[in-house]
Ligand binder design. Sequence first.
Ligand SMILES: *Cc1c(COP(=O)(O)O)cnc(C)c1O
Length: 378
Amino acid sequence: MAVPFLDLKAQYASIKGEIDEAVMKALAGCQFIMGPNVAAFEKELAEFLGAAHVVTCASGSDALLLALMALGVGRGDEVITTPFTFFATCGAIARLGATPVFCDIDPATYNIDHRRIETHVTEYTKAILPVHLYGLPADMGKISAVASAAGVPVVEDCAQSLGASLSGRMTATIGAMGCVSFFPSKNLGCAGDGGAVVTGDAALAEKLGMLRVHGAKPKYFHKYVGINSRLDDVQAAILRVKLRRLSEWNRRRRQIAETYDGLLAQAGIAAPQTAEGSGHIYHQYVVRVKNRDAVMDFMKKKEIQTGIYYPLAMHMQECFAYLEYSKGDFPESEKACEEILSLPIYPEMTREMVEEVVSALDAANRKFNGTARAATVK
Ligand SMILES: *Cc1c(COP(=O)(O)O)cnc(C)c1O
């Protein structure tokens, strides 16, 4: 049985009637920019998260950019973040002329290691930007403590963690701002690009609302040099339909993760960790393997698709050569880049599909790594 890495067609088929109706209605309404679905979706997402304000925008990348702009991050400032993330986290910092200051990850959670953050704080630190990677919340309690000691805000990158919680509190509502992505492959994806900034601060919400329309309020009167970054009304209409399923979909992801956990234990392969009190939503289900290329190739021949998020850490990217980091600076991130393997996980997966994935992974491990147990990287 072939197991694709993601099956957006299966998701669409399950909600086609409602999506099509919502899209047709939005098209007929012709209020394409800042239309009624945008306002309604912002309100509904705020309710879902237990947040005061949601300001939508054109992508998760723009959400990060807008959040940092709202804080006035610019030339000469430093923002502490993880080198083991998608490029957008660091790109937002660099595009504003500020310096990304990297802090290595905890190898057990893949999230920024709160024990190391303090050593990176300087008089130029303007914010701390943790990423809740793979849907597992970073240790916000400890991170917030370091941030408040340094007198700087925390901006959460929640592109992979919508619906994940920490001691009952949703990610995106813990720091000063949370940045969300609606890229199609995310847990709540639209039919194109989309994003949002979440905040409990009315003044920041007001500023974000202006920054996304070229810094204007009222129209044609510009208080800030903003950007053009808005969520389309058609996208918002689609997201409203999908948001109603998000809890159920995230629950289903947790069930699939549990099935993986059990089957992997039998094969002697370590399951991903979740921390105390954290509601992981498994945007990705990630294991570590040796001889990864051979394992992936073997699985691919059995029509099991896997992924690597991400193959090269941010401090090693060509565009960040000017930051003058070297190989070996963040050993846990570098090691993770070489060993991680994402297995398929999405709400439409059946138990048989999960069994198929694990059996292929187990067979690959036996073939290329001697025994399954020997292939487990601790
Ligand atoms: C997807 C993602 C983003 C960017 O979101 P886009 O909507 O694709 O711009 C930012 N950070 C992380 C960690 C992501 O996974």
